[in-house]
Structure formats: C-alpha cells, structure tokens
Design a protein around this ligand. Structure first.
Ligand code: DGY
Length: 337
C-alpha cells in the first residue's frame, strides 16, 4: 500500500537558488544535485530517477524514454528554460507525463543579450580591446579600427516569438529596419516587416538574429547555401540552439569572408573545446550559453520550475505545461487543474 503521507520525491539535476530549494524541501522529498561540477550523466540520471514523482531538469539532461521508463511514478518534468528540445516530449506524452518549461520570463534577458552581441560585433567590442591590452594601439588613424553602424541598418529576425519580438522592440530604439520570418505572419509589431522567405530575409539583412526553437525542421537551418545568401558585410547572431547552425559551414563562411562575423551564445558541443576552430577566428565571438543568466531572471526561472514540479506531483497541471492538450485524459496526473 502506498504511504498516503509520504512526500513526493523530486529530483533537481543541478544546484539551485536557496529560495527555490527551501520551497521544494518544505513541500516534498527533494534531492538536489548540488555538486558544483557536472550534472548527472545519462546513466546516473536513469538511476537517480527510479522512484521520483517529479523531475526538474536542465539543458544538459537528455530526458528520453529510458529515463521515463525507469521512473515508473513520474508525473511531471519541468525544464529550467524555454527550450525543451532535450526532453522527448512525444515519449512523455505517450506515457501521460506532463512537460513544462519557463516561457516569457526570460524573453527580455535573452533579447538583451542578443542585442549586446549585435552591438559587440558591429562596434568591435569583442576584438578592439586586445589592440589596447597587447600594446598595439598606435597614433590616431582615421582609417583604423573601423566598425559598422547599427542605426538605420536592417535586422532580420528569424522566429518572431516572445524573444524575437523583444529584439525587434530594442531595434526600434536604434532606428533599425526590422524584417522577420516566421511560420505564421504576426500582427505587425514594432514596425517589423514580414518576409515570406528566409532567402529574402538573408539577402536584405545587415544583421541576422536567430530565435526559432530547435526542431527537426530547424536543425541546420543556417548552412552553406544560407551563408551565400547573406551580404558579405552581414553578421549572424545565434542565441537559440547550436544545432540550428551548421558550424562547419559557418567556419568556412567566416574564414572566407562570405559573411562579416558571428556571435554565438549557443554552439555544438557545449562546452566548446578551447581548441575549436571557431575560436581561432577574430570575427567570431562565442559566449558560454548565458542569454538568460542574470540574477533576477534565473531566480524567476527557478521559482517557475518549482511551481511546475510541485503542481505536477500534487496531481495538478503545471502552470506552464507544454503538452497538456496532447495528454488530457491519459495522464499520470489525475487531471485536477
Ligand atoms: C532556454 O531557456 O532555452 C535557455 O537557452 C536555457 O536553456
């Protein structure tokens, strides 16, 4: 007979904020993988998941059918992030397990970072400081250290969801002309112009910023053909997922001058080895997957995950469930909203 008074078991696969840990520990029997080193590898995750009711996962965890089958009581998986491509949502849906994420809350921080990367590339904030620190700063020279204007240039946004819209809003403040390409045409927001083809967006843009989720359709979306369609003076910014860009093709395009530069918050693999060819290029700036990494936003994301997982283990729908309509009636939850 199950013990009705036993607290639900929750596994959190990385350390978290004290406020989040406290709420989890008050309401559940929570195990927090609070090692500062690596998150559990796949075998350790399968093992640690065996008797859990709720899983609070991160981008580094491949939450696949094997994990779900090991976790016979699993009712809910929450992802710490908006992208949940590391979770096999179809497998979760088949098993009646709710999947949830943290939408909306990180859109502005991610847009801030995308814009910071755009500005760093355009105004050479990533490479000119080395001229100073290496003692090569010579006399004033009107033709040296030239960069690219941002104002009145064209920004092409690929994927006009919450984050893309926030990037468009920021671009307005710089008098940029904004184009967007999206699965669906949206209400014209922030003066952005819809373009039906990616090809047209790439040909016309001075900056291309990627904001579409990683799906089988978007994997490798930016490859050799797409870089050829971009202007040789154009820059690529990627804050979505590494596999959306074909990195070998990007390396060739950057090296040959087919495009002017790239800033990548996300790459393949993560972490990127320090001897990776992309890191040898002056016109490529790589950040360690930190678009949402501000104190405020990360804390709010953690609290949203706590809300999701505690609701799920209590037999309710998590507030930010992504597969509710697909599993309604077949869930390990009792369907009590
Ligand atoms: C997100 O929210 O998807 C971030 O990239 C963290 O994974």
């Amino acid at each position: 007979m199950p013990d009705r008074n036993a607290k639900a078991k929750i596994l959190v696969t990385r350390r978290t904020f004290p406020e989040a840990a406290e709420r989890l520990r008050e309401a559940s029997d929570a195990t927090i993988w609070d090692d500062e080193g690596d998150s559990p590898d796949h075998a350790a995750l399968v093992d640690a998941a065996r008797d859990i009711d709720g899983l609070y996962a991160h981008i580094t965890n491949q939450v696949d059918a094997e994990v779900m089958d090991a976790a016979r009581n699993l009712k809910v998986i929450t992802e710490f992030g908006v992208g949940y491509d590391n979770i096999d949502t179809a497998a979760a849906t088949e098993r009646g397990i709710a999947v949830a994420n943290t939408p909306g809350i990180l859109s502005e921080s991610t847009a801030d970072e995308a814009f910071a990367l755009l500005m760093a590339l355009a105004r050479r904030v990533h490479d000119l400081p080395q001229i100073v620190t290496s003692g090569q700063w010579g006399d004033f020279d009107p033709l040296a250290y030239l960069a690219t204007d941002i104002h009145h240039k064209t920004l092409g946004i690929v994927g006009m969801g919450n984050i893309g819209s926030e990037v468009a809003r920021r671009a307005q403040g710089f008098d940029m002309h904004v184009l967007y390409h999206n699965r669906n045409r949206r209400e014209e927001e922030f003066g952005a112009e819809y373009v039906a083809s990616l090809h047209e967006l790439l040909e016309r843009s001075d900056f291309v910023s990627l904001h579409n989720p990683l799906t089988p359709e978007t994997e490798g979306l930016m490859g050799a053909e797409q870089f050829k369609q971009m202007k040789p003076t154009a820059f690529l910014i990627n804050t979505t997922r590494g596999p959306v860009v074909d990195q070998e093709a990007l390396y060739d395009a950057l090296k040959s001058g087919e495009i002017a530069g790239a800033a990548l918050d996300v790459v393949v693999p993560e972490p990127l080895p320090a001897d990776h060819p992309l890191l040898t290029l002056d016109n490529c700036l790589v950040m360690p997957h930190v678009a949402s990494a501000t104190n405020d936003t990360r804390l709010k994301m953690a609290m949203m995950c706590v809300d999701n997982v505690l609701a799920g283990v209590a037999g309710k729908w998590p507030p930010f469930c992504v597969n509710r309509s697909a599993i309604e009636g077949r869930s390990r939850l009792e369907g009590k909203a």
